[in-house]
Design a binder for this molecule. Structure first.
Ligand SMILES: Cc1cc2nc3c(=O)[nH]c(=O)nc-3n(C[C@H](O)[C@H](O)[C@H](O)COP(=O)(O)OP(=O)(O)OC[C@H]3O[C@@H](n4cnc5c(N)ncnc54)[C@H](O)[C@@H]3O)c2cc1C
Length: 1014
């Protein structure tokens, strides 16, 4: 730490505070409704949550009835008695409350909150924006204008976003000649060096299909709309800054920045900036990379340095997905990173025009004093703040530095409310400099402290024992864990395609898998490979001329051999200790982890799964192995029942015997592995019949188990034609149990066959069957459409809708029906369709010609029963079925009742939420369902009345995770308990109880745990 510089920073900060003494940002001014409500929110976390959620939903409450209902739902009820008083305060103040109707109060509350939002945006139209800009410039502030928008779900929306920019630029173009330059700058430039026109733009809003897995396609898509905006900006002599959003867009943003900067059309125009976020732990590396680029290309660049606006989001997402958290987790770490980054940028002021964006007086003072110490000319840096935030700070900045630019969002109130929520969060966060300075009254010394010192102090405090602890006797050391106890279960991380290594691994693995195409896959019975004369070609659904493998087919003879092998292996495997059986699963999980990309690539080519979907499937298989292994260890120990002395009752579980596992093609590894792993770890032996459409993937499972050391005969790989060997396997007298996942028709047939007792049969066969679904998502009239449209699209069409959990019906409340259908239509028209091998494609081919014909047949039915909103056909060699969205559907229609297992979505209209639930429940199935609503009451109602096995609120309805979302349905969706849940293994075992009388002629040994006297 440079002490001299440090003292100057603190002195500068004190001076700054002195210059704004007694002032507070308007949001903290308790004399106004906003300040009062904010004050309450900061004191009362529950109220804060409710308030911010209410602000978020407000633009959707278009009728006074909806408004009243939501006010009641959000702000009344237990423990919230005095909350409405705060809200009413505004109404009372404005003289509108007190004896007047609730509708009037609602109106007043709405106008207060809209007023709050307007405090952060400069206008709702381009005209208003230009007017406000003019005024700000009169007050001495430069601007950068930003167009607010909803999440871009379609190419039409991306076009509209681009056009919005072109519109505001053209409005500014007309006005700007009349604006005198700021700071006495000569000519057209503010402060003598900065263009008067400045635009900030969110890259992801310019392309609806932007995703890390398709880096090149995303960059091209964004640039196609960014270039016209930059061209228009350049024509006006303006500057453009590319905002930085969530970390998933970071790499593409930095790359497109470099490409745009180096583009021959713009090389000579050095008015392009990009944002870096100090809270990302990788940003120092990114800065070094940008500096190297600028120097190598001899291209001056601009950098706006911020701390970062998505801290909560990034941490929560990383935790949910099992990823490393990408941001610093302690506030002073971010502050310190900002200071290091700003120093480095200032050192390179010959190549970088620096825009320091912060409302933190310590941060600002550090930039000022460091720039001075390094002798950076004032023309090489400026300060920036958000419009509507930290008014005293921006005023102080203007007085001291002169060069202050305000970030000025404009746009409609709907996206304006989402922006308001972000700003409210930023102002009221415990760690916020503004809150600590202007609401919590933190001392200046602490506010101006060097963040490294703060960090040291806070770390020391966290690690020193609390007084009460230091006087307490030391707690005895925790009981040492048994050496072989596994760590707690954790899901395998979801694929993170921001990692370049993962993106590069896929094409390589696809090539390797393809290189082995055409091989013959044998059966494996009793540990021996068995080659049959009959083989079945498994083909690539995107190009059926490509034979993935020729798979040997078991007939009844081979099935008899396999059942005999399983029966022979059973006694030894049954008597293998549960921990040892679990150990095989742990080894199998390790092997699958090591081969995850290769196993995914096989699915991409054999069944047409997109990269992320295929990876998630393998990840789920790993989860099943890890979870069921732990479950078996848990269930493996005999449990004592009761505690009466003189009597020992022990409950324990025993495997059932040979189990037939009949698996589907749609989750070819995960479901195959889940059913097999459960059977095997419970001590059973398996005859595994993979789907004929996914037998190469199925063989992968066989290899994994073999490599993991599963004894011969415990897992027998028997692909075969259902018509030839299916009934024989199910009806075989030595089969104890059938675990099946697939269609309802086949599932019901299995149950019927299994119920018949064959001569010599020693088991009552148990059938666990996961069957179909006709799953619905309800869109309430207050649903967040950004989220709902995206979730319905993914739930209905990812992997071509070929999931039993997929959404095939969407029930939309009347008031929002037109808006929803318009957006889902545009969104579905925007997705790319083509082979799953190409990661830019959102949807691929269905699995085979039969499936294609089925979908085509249902497309005809949809056309006859409703009105087609979207019908997208794809040309190509593969089994491409149309993506269809049909509306005007009612519960009686076939398209609302029958499972299609393909990319067809029926849209239904409901008048009330109750009716929507009735419609959703109106099929024979009960597998998954979803609700998008911001009404607490309706969400509660759905929990009670929407009767499906897995109900998802405000998210997509596919992708259940092992342990977190145990999966399975009821009614015609299946029998058995939930896969990946705590009851699943019990189905593969029979419970036994042994009771022993321990009394010998009155002598009774008393055991620990007996009900005995102290
Ligand atoms: C002109 C301008 C443009 C902007 N453009 C962007 C942009 O493109 N992208 C973007 O993401 N943001 C952008 N922002 C928003 C900006 O990120 C926030 O306003 C800023 O983080 C607030 O920082 P501060 O220094 O003003 O306040 P402080 O109160 O000093 O810092 C708050 C920040 O600290 C960080 N933080 C909070 N808690 C923790 C914690 N526990 N551990 C680690 N770090 C923590 C967060 O980044 C939080 O925002 C912009 C801001 C301005 C002024």
């Amino acid at each position: 730490m440079d002490q001299a510089l440090e003292s100057k920073i603190v002195a500068r900060g004190k001076q700054f505070f002195q210059s704004i003494r007694g002032e507070a940002p308007s949001i903290f001014n308790k004399g106004f409704w906003t300040g009062k409500v904010m004050d309450w929110a900061m004191k009362n976390e529950d109220f804060k949550v409710q308030l911010f959620r209410f602000v978020d939903v407000l633009p959707y409450l278009t009728t006074s009835d909806a408004l009243r209902r939501h006010i009641e739902e959000y702000f009344t009820g237990d423990g919230a008695a005095d909350i409405p008083a705060v809200l009413k305060w505004g109404a009372e103040k404005s003289g509108m409350f007190g004896g007047l109707a609730a509708a009037v109060m609602g109106k007043a509350i709405r106008s207060n909150i809209e007023g709050m939002a307007k405090g952060f945006i400069i206008g709702q139209t381009a005209k208003e924006a230009v007017k406000s800009i003019k005024k700000l410039r009169k007050d001495g502030f430069a601007f950068t204008v930003d167009l607010l928008g909803e999440a871009t779900m379609s190419e039409a929306e991306a076009d509209a976003y681009r056009d919005g920019y072109l519109e505001v630029l053209s409005a500014i173009a007309k006005e700007q000649p009349s604006w005198p330059a700021l700071g006495g700058g000569k000519g057209d430039l503010d402060w003598g060096h900065a263009p008067r026109v400045n635009v900030s733009i969110k890259p992801s809003a310019l392309f609806s299909q932007a995703k890390p897995v398709d880096m090149e396609g995303s960059i091209a898509g964004i640039l196609s709309r960014l270039v016209p905006v930059y061209r228009a900006t350049k024509a006006m002599g303006g500057a453009l800054c590319i905002d930085m959003e969530a970390v998933k867009y970071k790499e593409m943003t930095l790359e497109l920045f470099k490409r745009l900067r180096a583009d021959p059309e713009f090389r000579d125009y050095p008015r392009l900036s990009v944002v870096l976020q100090a809270y990302l732990t990788d940003t120092e590396r990114d800065l070094a990379d940008l500096l190297a680029f600028a120097r190598a290309e001899k291209l001056p660049i601009g950098i706006r340095l911020v701390k970062g606006a998505y801290w909560d989001f990034e941490t929560v997402v990383a935790k949910q997905m099992g990823w490393e958290v990408p941001v610093w987790t302690k506030k002073p770490e971010t502050d310190a990173a900002y200071e290091r980054l700003s120093t480095e940028i200032l050192r390179h002021c010959d190549m970088v025009y620096f825009q320091a964006a912060s409302h933190n007086i310590r941060t600002i003072s550090q930039v000022m004093e460091t720039a001075k110490a390094l002798g950076v000319p004032e023309s090489r840096y400026e300060f920036q703040a958000l419009f509507g935030m930290a008014e005293p700070v921006r005023k102080g900045l203007l007085a001291v530095a002169g060069r202050v630019r305000l970030y000025c969002p404009y746009g409609e109130l709907l996206p304006g409310m989402a922006y308001l929520v972000r700003r409210l969060l930023e102002n009221t966060a415990n760690e916020s400099f503004l809150r600590q300075s202007f609401a919590d009254g933190q001392t200046e010394d602490l506010l101006l402290e060097n963040p490294l010192a703060t960090l040291e102090r806070e770390t020391a405090r966290a690690s020193s024992p609390r007084p009460s602890e230091s006087t307490r006797p030391a707690t005895p050391a925790a009981t040492p864990k048994a050496a072989n106890v596994p760590p707690p279960f954790a899901n395998h991380p979801m694929p993170d395609f921001t990692i370049p290594g993962l993106r590069a691994a896929f094409p390589k693995a696809l090539a390797e898998v393809r290189a082995c195409f055409g091989r013959t896959i044998p059966l494996v019975i009793g540990g021996k490979e068995v080659v049959t004369a009959d083989t079945l070609a498994s083909v690539n659904p995107a190009d059926p001329d490509e034979v993935v493998a020729r798979v040997c087919q078991a007939g009844t003879v081979e099935i008899d051999q396999a059942v005999a092998a399983a029966k022979a292996a059973f006694p030894a495997w049954r008597d293998t200790p549960p921990e040892n059986r679990a150990a095989v699963l742990f080894r199998a999980a390790d092997i699958a982890r090591g081969r995850i990309v290769e196993l995914s690539a096989m699915q991409v080519l054999e069944v047409g799964k997109q990269w992320d979907q295929a990876y998630a499937d393998v990840a789920e298989a790993i989860d099943f192995l890890e979870y069921y292994a732990r479950e078996m260890i848990r269930l493996g120990a005999p449990r004592r029942m009761g505690n009466q002395p003189g009597e020992h009752n022990h409950l324990f579980y025993e495997p059932k015997g040979p189990v037939a596992v009949i698996a589907p093609w749609n989750f070819p590894l995960a479901i195959s592995c889940g059913m097999s792993a459960a059977a095997v770890v419970a001590g059973n032996c398996v005859i595994f019949k993979p789907s004929g459409l996914a037998s190469a993937v199925g063989h992968g499972l066989c290899e994994i188990f073999r490599q993991a050391g599963l004894p011969d005969g415990v897992f027998n790989f028997c692909p075969g034609r259902g018509s030839v060997m299916g009934d024989h396997l199910v009806a075989h007298p030595d089969i104890a149990m059938i675990a099946f996942t697939g269609s309802m028709d086949v599932g019901l047939r299995i149950m019927e066959k299994a119920a018949r007792v064959a001569p010599g049969q020693a088991y009552c066969k148990r059938v666990v069957a996961e069957m179909g679904g006709k799953n619905a998502i309800i869109i309430d009239d207050d649903a967040d459409l950004d989220e709902a449209v995206s979730a319905v699209l993914t739930s209905a069409f990812a992997f071509q809708g070929q999931k039993c959990s997929a959404c095939s019906r969407v029930v939309v409340l009347e008031p929002i029906y037109d808006k929803f259908t318009a957006r889902i239509k545009e969104a579905a028209e925007s997705v790319k369709i083509g082979p799953a091998e190409d990661p830019s494609n959102f949807m691929g081919p269905v699995v085979d010609e039969n499936q294609r014909q089925t979908v085509l047949g249902y497309a005809d039915i949809a056309r006859a029963e409703g009105r087609i909103l979207v019908e997208r056909h794809t040309q190509g060699k593969g089994f491409f079925a149309p993506l269809v969205i049909v509306d005007g559907i009612t519960p009686e229609h076939r398209i609302a009742q029958e499972e299609v297992f393909g990319p067809i979505l029926a849209v239904m209209k409901a008048k009330t939420f109750d009716e929507a639930i009735d419609m959703a429940n109106s099929t024979r199935f009960a597998l998954t369902g979803g609700v998008f609503s911001r009404s607490p009451k309706n969400l509660e109602a759905a929990k009670k009345r929407f009767r499906v096995g897995n109900l998802y609120l405000n998210r997509n309805i596919t992708g259940a995770l092992v342990e977190r979302q145990p999966f399975g349905g009821a009614r015609m969706s299946g029998v058995g308990s939930k896969a990946g849940g705590p009851d699943y293994l019990l189905q593969f075992m029979d419970p036994r109880v042994v009771t022993e009388n321990t009394i010998r002629r009155g002598f009774t040994p008393i055991d620990e745990g007996d009900d005995w006297f102290e």
